[in-house]
Write a new protein. Structure first.
Length: 136
């Protein structure tokens, strides 16, 4: 990571307690299909409140969104509570293996996925994929 990115992410992380998470939707059955039908690019975060990997991913996602507001403006972010929906039709249809899985969808296609990875570069690459799909 270069110095400029480090400084930007550090500053963004410092503002996280004050950042609005209103742009992250909580999953309810039918929400993903509704948003995809509207032509939106959807970024799913299968997460659990007790999962340290999930919390790390969440901090990175928020820091990246603060550093580049285009993510939040163009992509629909949806948190899927693993404890409630881990065995749901959505999780089964996408073959989600575990919590801490991040998935990008557009239309009827899966554009990318990360399972249990917390690296900033991997998460940013997935978010870049989502942004590219949303703005093309």
């Amino acid at each position: 990571m270069d110095r400029r990115t480090f400084i930007a992410l550090t500053a963004a992380t410092a503002t996280l307690p004050f950042a609005a998470s209103a742009d992250i939707l909580d999953y309810t059955p039918g929400l993903v299909q509704e948003r995809l039908a509207k032509g939106e690019t959807v970024f799913l975060d299968f997460t659990a409140s007790w999962c340290s990997t999930c919390r790390s991913q969440g901090r990175t996602i928020q820091a990246l969104k603060v550093a580049n507001p285009a993510y939040g403006q163009a992509v629909t972010f949806i948190d899927v509570d693993w404890d409630t929906y881990g065995t749901s039709e959505l999780a089964q249809s996408l073959q989600i293996p575990r919590r801490s899985t991040l998935v990008v969808l557009k239309g009827d296609q899966e554009l990318g996925r990360i399972v249990a990875q917390t690296g900033q570069s991997e998460i940013q690459a997935l978010m870049d994929t989502a942004l590219s799909a949303a703005t093309s």
